[in-house]
Design a protein around this ligand. Sequence first.
Ligand code: HEC
Ligand code: HEC
Ligand code: HEC
Ligand code: HEC
Ligand code: HEC
Ligand code: HEC
Ligand code: HEC
Ligand code: HEC
Ligand code: HEC
Ligand code: HEC
Length: 347
Amino acid sequence: MEHRSSRSLRRWSMVLAALGLLQAGRWLPAFAAGESNVNAASKIGLTAMETPPGAWSAPGVDGNGQPAELMGPEVCQQCHWDRFESYENSPHGLALDRRTPAGRQACETCHGAGGNHVAGGGGRGVGGMRTFDLEKMSVEAINGVCLDCHSRGIVALWHGSMHQSRNLSCVNCHNVHGGHDKLLREPSQPQLCTTCHQQIRAQLLRPSHHPIREGKLVCTDCHNPHGTATERLISATTINDKCYECHAEKRGPFVFEHPPVRENCLNCHQPHGSSHEPLLKLKRPYLCQRCHNTLGHPSVLWARSEEDAAAGRSVYQLPPQLFMRSCTNCHVNIHGSNHPSGKQWHR
Ligand code: HEC
Ligand code: HEC
Ligand code: HEC
Ligand code: HEC
Ligand code: HEC
Ligand code: HEC
Ligand code: HEC
Ligand code: HEC
Ligand code: HEC
Ligand code: HEC
């Protein structure tokens, strides 16, 4: 059974190879017209390109740099209908947009010219097609094809980013054939990112967490995985500026500022998840006691009220510092206050 189908595939291939060569001639003028449009578009700043075409995706050569004819997508479609379909249904297949592969050499923009592949009847290793397989191509070569067009906007700071320096490839996260939204490999960002970042998955499962599991936030609300000027791939000038984007009321300015708040929200909070509500690094009062000594406040677990102590009564109670919201039972406006007597954020 297998034998017969592979033989018939070979025969079918040869017919198509001849067909392909015929079609190549028809296709070339169309490609040439596309190319001149790309150039026109780049003059008015429309193109996504920065590197001149050719650095990685030169027309007229296959993936090994050997001269090869362009076949056109109709030829590839004959044998790779599933790949054709996923490409056609993606933003890369929009021929009206001259910046896309469809506006250039279609499949062959990415895979290299297919003349030798088709003339050889198709097949693995035939005609030097680029596979984008991490076992067969270097990360640099794979990314180079994508970066030929995607060098601005969201991807502008890729070089030198943590993910680039750890040798990640665009295809670790993207699947240009039939990927999900934004051509991602997984249906959702948390699924995608936590395939590698297991410790973040664990944090998201803690009782207090940013509502990422609930779908109200995604990783890229705070991070740009393609690189940022700020540490930890944070897509804002500072961590606090990122937090203010959604928690504007914490920005102030306040008449009475609490210095650690101004300095960095992460002095007290965890960004992903914590066992201490609300997203606190430590349980109160320990959170506060990292910086404040307990002068003026009882510092032991079981204490006598001043009244009981004065009267010599041995009534020991949990002090208010340890109930419920602990220190913030009294120091309620911990992020800062504009109240005339809010110096210690009691109001
Ligand atoms: C934007 C660049 C791009 C375009 C355009 C493109 N591909 Fe691909 N193609 C890829 C990448 C990347 C992969 C690797 C898929 C993966 O990550 O699993 C791939 C995989 C493939 C494979 C499987 C390779 C293997 O090793 O098994 C085939 C076949 C293929 N593409 C054919 C086509 C055809 C036919 C077209 C046009 C209809 C096309 N591609 C258009 C980038 C592209
Ligand atoms: C005559 C049929 C045929 C045509 C036409 C054809 N291919 Fe293929 N191609 C194959 C077969 C068969 C394979 C092996 C795939 C497999 O085993 O899954 C293959 C493999 C590939 C691979 C993986 C190469 C490798 O070395 O592993 C890529 C990429 C590819 N084709 C792209 C294209 C593109 C782009 C075109 C159009 C220019 C094209 N093919 C036209 C039959 C064809
Ligand atoms: C010939 C230029 C070109 C090449 C090569 C190219 N792209 Fe694109 N890509 C585009 C254009 C143009 C768009 C549409 C951009 C837009 O609408 O703003 C696009 C869109 C995308 C999108 C967004 C999809 C969406 O749903 O919004 C992703 C992700 C993407 N490309 C990834 C890749 C990856 C990964 C590669 C390499 C395997 C690649 N591209 C190669 C030109 C290219
Ligand atoms: C670590 C995972 C990861 C890697 C690696 C990665 N991306 Fe992305 N990319 C994403 C995610 C997640 C999004 C969706 C962002 C969003 O929805 O705002 C995205 C979106 C995009 C978009 C669409 C931008 C838009 O305007 O909507 C393009 C284009 C893109 N990536 C290109 C690339 C290229 C090129 C590379 C390789 C140099 C690459 N990506 C590497 C995760 C990644
Ligand atoms: C509300 C904003 C926000 C969201 C949403 C967010 N992060 Fe973060 N993330 C941060 C901040 C802030 C840091 C810096 C932590 C530090 O410096 O200690 C960080 C750090 C990280 C780190 C570095 C390791 C570490 O723990 O310090 C990884 C990895 C990470 N985030 C992955 C993710 C992933 C994956 C998602 C989505 C599931 C995500 N983040 C969602 C704000 C966020
Ligand atoms: C293929 C694996 C992989 C995927 C998928 C991945 N990452 Fe990473 N990421 C890494 C590696 C490796 C590092 C280097 C640090 C480390 O080992 O944790 C890293 C580091 C980070 C850091 C810390 C950067 C710093 O400067 O310390 C953040 C933030 C981050 N990733 C966010 C994301 C987000 C958001 C996604 C999903 C869009 C994602 N990652 C998907 C592998 C991955
Ligand atoms: C993209 C928007 C967004 C950004 C950016 C953001 N948050 Fe949030 N944050 C939310 C949402 C949504 C909630 C849930 C609010 C709710 O359920 O009412 C939340 C809740 C919180 C909570 C309360 C959690 C609880 O259990 O009640 C804290 C604390 C918090 N965020 C701190 C931060 C810090 C610190 C930063 C910066 C590292 C930050 N947020 C950045 C959207 C954001
Ligand atoms: C000195 C420690 C500390 C710092 C620094 C800090 N917070 Fe808080 N935050 C708290 C405490 C304690 C609570 C709980 C307050 C309560 O229970 O009344 C809280 C609660 C929150 C809440 C949820 C309840 C509410 O008030 O909306 C948000 C959101 C929040 N903080 C955001 C931030 C942001 C944004 C920053 C940085 C600008 C920040 N926090 C800096 C200690 C801090
Ligand atoms: C990262 C260190 C840090 C943490 C954690 C911290 N604080 Fe502060 N706090 C400060 C600094 C610094 C000042 C300013 C001291 C000054 O002006 O003398 C301050 C001032 C105060 C003041 C006013 C003191 C005065 O003399 O007016 C109060 C009250 C206070 N903090 C309560 C708290 C509470 C309650 C918590 C826990 C929710 C907390 N702080 C957590 C560093 C911290
Ligand atoms: C029962 C209410 C209450 C609780 C609970 C409380 N405080 Fe206070 N705190 C006050 C009052 C009232 C003052 C003002 C004292 C004064 O001005 O003489 C104060 C003053 C302060 C000051 C200013 C410097 C000082 O010692 O006079 C700091 C710092 C402070 N508290 C930190 C904390 C911390 C940390 C906790 C939790 C361990 C806490 N407070 C719990 C009521 C409280």
